[in-house]
Design a protein around this ligand. Structure first.
Ligand code: ATP
Length: 383
């Protein structure tokens, strides 16, 4: 288990991380997700021992690792740039960490190593380990190539192989797929998840791609402006975002945020058909509705004039303006009729699945929208 306690990191006047506390369970897959510059890489480097916090502590299985070097922490890191040695073959690259660990200077010396029985024995052992890893990564046939003879995905696998061969306690990956094209990235995602399963190691994965984090992780840590916004399983992140910014960052489609006047439980248009299940303080509330949760329906509560239609093949994105002045985006599925700009479209949504936020702080409000008739208090329509 890796524990981060109140980690802060300043670079001069820049606060890269502020008061980050986090627990990463052993053998779990945790993603650090956030926009560019939010502090993800800094946090990863601090865990690896390549950088040090200005304040706060890091514990590995309960032990403070402040004084342990990166090598002593036995953490493996794969960077975006792969950092393979260009003059060495894939076999040499993968074997290098083993040679560094198991052989002394003499045994590693190219000519001497041929003459020393101890070096020959270790080289055979190391080679077996390399071949085992290569089989796991399906790169056996590439072992004798140099990095310049590999594709991006193959280089990435070789770099993963080199990190894995040391049998690290934790495996840290910093945007390892960002240099790959979309198709290969997809395939590699599945491979990394497989690798996590087969090795049973702790994986910590840095990405700014929410789909990557959501599809691969047990736990996602959303970081913004150097602060942890939310730590949750992917599903909980999507279903119960802690703030408006998290809601907007997570998910494939835009979220509609509608600021509406509220009086205890009653909401202003366009939400006359729903009420809050509990009274909330304040005069305005932000209602967040994911665009994929709006569906065309003859009796839909939200009707507006279509201002824009973007046909995307498997779905169609429509933007409409409601009489209340709010704009709404909806993702229509392939089965829905493709509407025309200028038409009136009626949309329904499941009120319980809308998210509510404080318009000032952006934080989630612990209340739900419910159909007006389901509320214990008579709805305005029934009065
Ligand atoms: P990206 O996704 O773009 O790689 P990131 O989330 O990994 O970004 P970091 O690289 O951790 O972000 O940087 C966090 C902040 O700290 C940024 O504002 C960055 O400019 C700053 N920073 C990082 N390293 C240094 C450094 N060595 N000196 C000064 N500022 C730094």
């Amino acid at each position: 288990m890796i524990e981060l306690r109140n980690i802060s990191r300043r670079f001069g006047d820049t606060s890269a991380l502020s008061d980050v506390s986090l627990t990463i369970e052993g053998a779990s897959f945790t993603s650090l997700l956030g926009p560019s510059g939010c502090g993800k890489s800094t946090l990863l480097r601090i865990i690896a021992g390549l950088d040090h916090p200005t304040s706060g502590s890091i514990l590995f299985s309960g032990r403070d690792v402040r004084d342990l070097s990166a090598a002593e922490r036995n953490i493996a890191m794969v960077f975006q740039s792969y950092a393979l040695y260009p003059h060495m073959t894939v076999r040499g690259n993968i074997a290098l960490p083993l040679a560094m660990r198991s052989m002394n200077r003499l045994e590693r010396f190219p000519v001497l190593s041929e003459l020393l029985p101890s070096a020959r024995r270790k080289a055979v052992e190391n080679n077996l380990a390399v071949e085992r890893i290569a089989a796991l990564l399906k790169i056996e046939e590439l072992l004798d190539r140099k990095p310049s003879q590999l594709s991006g995905g193959q280089k990435q696998r070789a770099a993963v192989g080199r990190a894995l061969v040391r049998e690290p306690t934790a495996f840290l990956l910093d945007e390892p797929l960002s240099n790959l094209d979309a198709k290969l990235r997809h395939a590699m995602r599945a491979e990394i998840v497989d690798l996590h399963r087969t090795t049973g190691r702790t994986f910590i994965y840095v990405t700014h791609d929410q789909a990557e984090a959501m599809s691969m992780s047990d736990q996602v840590v959303v970081i913004m402006d150097g602060k942890v916004q939310q730590v949750d399983a992917p599903r909980d992140l999507y279903e119960r975002p802690a703030s408006r910014s998290v809601a907007a960052f997570v998910g494939d489609h835009p979220v509609n945020f509608l600021d509406v006047a509220v009086d205890r439980r009653q909401l202003a248009p366009p939400f006359e058909d729903v009420t809050l299940d509990t009274a909330i303080p304040g005069r305005t509330v932000t209602v967040g509705i994911r665009s994929e949760r709006l569906h065309p329906a003859a009796d839909g509560a939200l009707a507006g004039r279509i201002e824009r239609v973007d046909y995307l093949g498997s779905s169609t994105m429509v933007s409409l303006r409601l009489p209340s002045g709010h704009r709404l985006s909806a993702v229509l599925s392939e089965q829905d009729a493709v509407p025309v700009e200028g038409e009136i479209l009626r949309l329904s949504f499941a009120p319980q699945r809308a998210d509510l936020f404080d318009p000032d702080s952006g934080q989630r409000i612990d209340a739900r929208l419910v159909p007006a008739r389901a509320s214990s208090r008579p709805a305005r329509r029934d009065q």
